[in-house]
Ligand binder design. Structure first.
Ligand SMILES: [Zn+2]
Length: 90
């Protein structure tokens, strides 16, 4: 198979832009991006807490009562901090 020689055509600007619609679309895209960043931040926080728990030997035990967290729960969410009795957000 020959490598493609056709470069990407330059993006054509919308010949009749709708400034209000464009601003709204951009605002929505920015909000979506911010939301994804927040979500990624929460995942990273959970990973940090799990790594700290590993380091201090408390990984896999409930942060509220110290009971072991079910292996199935940890398999689904390795950053889980609480037993079934204390809930995922306890
Ligand atoms: Zn518990």
């Amino acid at each position: 198979m020959e490598p493609s020689r056709s470069p990407e055509p330059p993006a054509q600007p919308d010949p009749d832009p709708d400034p209000a619609g464009l601003a709204l679309a951009r605002a929505v895209a920015v909000e979506e991006y911010r939301s994804r960043l927040e979500s990624a931040g929460r995942v990273l926080d959970g990973v940090d807490r799990a790594l700290s728990a590993l380091a201090d030997g408390t990984y896999g035990t409930c942060a509220a009562c110290g009971a072991p967290i079910d292996d199935m729960v940890l398999a689904q969410d390795p950053t889980a901090l609480h037993c079934a009795g204390h809930g995922p957000r306890g």
